[in-house]
Design a protein around this ligand. Structure first.
Ligand SMILES: *Cc1c(COP(=O)(O)O)cnc(C)c1O
Length: 304
């Protein structure tokens, strides 16, 4: 038994591309805590429990914190989530609904993360939102499911925040003998830490996150995400917040599933018929999900 579920892999007729490609959706939005994060975080929490952890401490005000809280409740381990002041009431409610403790500390993720780390005692396990090899191994299970379903993708489209999803998918591709399958890594303007690192050919720290796609808001990507970009075919694309939000609304109409702009970024590449997709027959989109945006909020962003 795992804490994540095997998600549907569905072909989207509505999203079929102008270049004749078929578009397949890996529906991580349907994970019980609402995003792919439970794959990696569930795997990490189970492993830390096996090693004797008595409490999980996580530093994310978003989907990672929600996934850690869910994992702790399922495993009967107390969870403490340290979130920055910028975290929405909705996100805090969702964490508390999973019976985890919530501490608000600092203006941004950096301060909340430092505070969480300082609280970690000998019986605690620290759950990082993206930079932990256990997370990547857990995320990789989504590619195992695609392989088991018999689909051989020609390219994979996914969103990048700190790069945990990218590391997991790359690991999954390698372990299924698909090391040649390119990954199209999508970020929004103002959260484009991978794109900037690739063009500078060194890891770049953004001065600030200015995108509304807060789940992509890592000022610097994990070293391993940058390393994969040299060892695996990775193409980087940056889309606007507007395009990401429009993609969320269109996806809601077409597929009847609500996702965050962090996920809309990847969908926008398909909806925008990005030239990077040309030549691929079967395109797999990781619909990473996210529960921190409401329909009203998407509509307000769209009207701006
Ligand atoms: C965390 C998250 C991402 C980005 O994942 P990383 O592993 O940080 O790159 C994208 N979309 C959603 C909905 C997320 O919760």
């Amino acid at each position: 038994m795992t804490l994540h579920i095997a998600t549907p892999l569905i072909e989207s007729g509505a999203m079929a591309g102008p270049f004749g490609q078929r578009v397949w959706l890996k529906m991580e939005a349907l994970q019980p805590p609402g995003s792919f994060k439970i794959r990696g975080i569930g795997h990490a929490c189970e492993e830390y429990l096996r090693r004797g952890a008595k409490r999980f401490i996580c530093s994310s005000g978003g989907n990672a914190g929600i996934a850690a809280a869910y994992a702790g409740r399922r495993l009967n381990v107390p969870v403490l989530v340290v979130v920055p002041e910028s975290t929405s009431e909705r996100a805090k409610d969702l964490i508390a609904r999973e019976c985890a403790g919530v501490i608000v500390h600092g203006a941004s993720f950096q301060e909340a993360n430092a505070h969480a780390l300082a609280m970690v005692g000998p019986d605690d396990a620290f759950i990082h939102p993206f930079d932990d090899p256990l997370l990547w191994t857990g995320h990789a299970s989504m590619i195992d499911e695609v392989a088991r379903a018999g689909l051989v993708p020609d390219a994979i489209v996914l969103s990048v925040g700190g790069g945990g999803l990218l590391c997991g998918v790359a690991e999954g591709l390698q372990r299924n003998g698909w090391g040649h399958v390119p990954v199209i890594a999508v970020e929004t303007q103002g959260a484009d830490s991978l794109a900037q690192s690739l063009s500078a050919n060194t890891r770049v720290a953004l001065p600030a996150i200015t995108s509304i796609a807060t789940s992509l808001g890592a000022r610097m990507v994990a070293q391993q995400a940058f390393t994969w970009s040299a060892e695996h075919p990775v193409r980087s694309i940056v889309v606007s917040d507007q395009a990401a939000v429009a993609a969320c609304l269109r996806f809601l109409d077409e597929q009847r599933v609500l996702v965050e702009p962090a996920c809309g970024a990847a969908l926008a590449v398909v909806y925008g018929a990005a030239p990077e997709l040309r030549g691929y027959k079967n395109v797999l989109v990781i619909v990473c999900g996210g529960v921190t945006a409401t329909l009203a909020q998407l509509q307000a962003w769209a009207a701006r």
